[in-house]
Write a protein that binds this ligand. Structure first.
Ligand code: ZN
Ligand code: ZN
Length: 191
């Protein structure tokens, strides 16, 4: 195997598994630890991976700004923010459910959980169990089309009576956001 092939393989493992010990990588690839250190040195220089007490880990895309939306890069500190926990235990944050759902769709096969806050209460819910209200008549000051998360159809319907909007479940909400944006770059353009 060429060094470049080993580097690719190492990055793939790190993407799926998070952190790996150098000794473990060396065993898997059947080369010395010295060789592994040489392989990962350029990756470290390119800031693709970094060394931790336990071995090497993949640099997070959001390492420089953990409080920013991984989808549109706006600050993601409000209670509307959505957490996406990936299979490798990395946690991503998005500014609002709009970005949360779109980001989820982009990295779907790497996601373990997607968690959001009920709009009315301070409870967290799995997005897959939640009800979404699209484009209610209320200004949330975030991304368009706006998305509100509610923990039940009943609450969503009550909210809809007051503020309008359309009710969707998880997958339906993603499709509807994409349709409403019809290929527009959304929040990306005005960051
Ligand atoms: Zn965002
Ligand atoms: Zn947003």
């Amino acid at each position: 195997m060429l060094p470049i092939e080993r580097q690719k393989q190492i990055v793939t493992w790190l993407e799926n598994e998070g952190t790996l010990r150098v000794s473990n990588i060396s065993k898997r690839l059947g080369v010395s630890e010295m060789t592994i250190y040489r392989d990962i040195k350029p990756l470290i220089e390119q800031k693709k991976v970094f060394k931790t007490a336990n071995g090497v880990t993949l640099a997070r895309e959001n390492l420089l700004s953990p409080d920013h939306c991984t989808y549109c890069h706006k600050p993601a500190t409000s209670r509307q923010s959505v957490k996406i926990i990936k299979l490798n235990q990395q946690v991503e944050q998005t500014c609002c459910p709009h970005c949360g759902l779109l980001r989820y769709k982009d990295i779907e096969n790497k996601v373990s959980q997607i968690i959001c806050q009920d709009f009315l209460k301070d409870t967290t819910i799995s997005a897959k169990m939640a009800t979404f209200l699209l484009n209610p008549d209320i200004n949330l000051n975030c991304c368009q089309p706006q998305v509100i998360v509610l923990d039940s159809i009943k609450n969503a319907k009550q909210f809809q009576l007051g503020f309008g909007g359309d009710i969707y479940h998880f997958e339906g909400a993603i499709t509807a956001i994409k349709e409403k944006m019809s290929g527009e770059p959304c929040c990306h353009s005005n960051k």
